[in-house]
Ligand binder design. Sequence first.
Ligand SMILES: *[C@@H]1O[C@H](CO)[C@@H](O)[C@H](O)[C@H]1NC(C)=O
Length: 307
Amino acid sequence: MLPKQLHCLLFVVIAGGIIIFWLVSTPASLRRTDVLTVTPWLAPIVWEGTFDPQVIDEAFRSYNLTIATTVFAVGKYTRFLRDFLESAEKHFMVGLNVQYYVFTDMPSHVPITVTLGVGRRLNVVKVPKFDRWQEISLRRMELIQTAIEEYIHQRANYIFCLDVDMIFHGRVGPEALGKLVAAIHPWFYWVPRNEYPYERRTISKAYIPQDHGDFYYQANIFGGAVEDVHRLTKTCREHLEMDKSAGVEAVWQEESHLNWYLWKNKPTKLLSPEYVWDDLRGQGAKEIKLVRFSSVIKNKAEVRENP
Ligand SMILES: *[C@@H]1O[C@H](CO)[C@@H](O)[C@H](O)[C@H]1NC(C)=O
C-alpha cells in the first residue's frame, strides 16, 4: 500500500495532466470570444486564433491543389507588381501550386525577375489600355470570366482575385480556401448595416434595400472554387452591362455588384479584415492580431488616369 500522501500527490498529478491536455487540445476557435467567428448561416469567419496553421497545412498537403490568382496591373499600377509578387511568394498559399495571371496593358513592365517557388508560375495576359480607372473596375469581371472559360478551368482548383496595390505581411494559406470566399471590409465591420455603402438606387442591378444585406465585402480579395467564381463573375458582368445600357454606374462599381451577389449567394467562408487591411487604418485595432494583406497608401491622383 502506498502512503496516503502519495495517493494525493498521484491524484493531483493526474488531474493536472488532464486539465493541461484539455487546454492544449481544445479547438483554437474557442479562444476568440471578442469577434464574430461564424455567420448566421454557419459559414466560418477566419481570424487569427480560430485555426491551427500546422493542422491546416497538413490536411491540404496531399491534395496537390492549384490556385489561380488574378491581378490587374494597368497603367501606372504596374509599379505595385514587384512588392505584390515578392510578398505573395513569402506568404500567399505557400506550399501549394500557384498560377499568377497578371492582366496588364504593359507586359514589358511585369517584373519577370521575381523568383518564384516550386510549382508557382507567372502568366502575363495582355489587355487594352483603359481610359478611366472605373473602366478597369467595370471590365475586370468580364476578363476574369473569359479567362476562366478559356484556360483557368483546366489548370486550377481554386481561384483568388486580388488587387495589385497591396502587400502580404502575414500568412494567407489554405485556411482561406472554400467554395465561395469573400473578405469583410476593414472600414465597415463595426458599422450598422444600414450605413453600409451598398447601392441604394433601385435602377441599378446592384440595389440592396435598407435592412437587408449581411456584411460589406471589399472587392480587393474574393475567390473560391473555379466553378463558383465563374458563376459570380458571369452574373456580375451581366449586371454591370445591364447597368451600363441603362446609363447607371453603381456607387462602388464592381464592388457594389459583388455585394449584391454575395447577399443573394451566401459565401461559404468569410475572411476577417486581417485578410484585407488598409495601411491607412494603421495598427491600432485591438481585434486585429495579425495584418496579413493590406492596401498600400498611395497617391491616387498620381497613379490613376483620371479623378
Ligand atoms: C501536382 O500538380 C501539378 C500541377 O497541376 C502537376 O504538375 C504535378 O504533376 C502534380 N503532382 C502530383 C504528385 O500529382
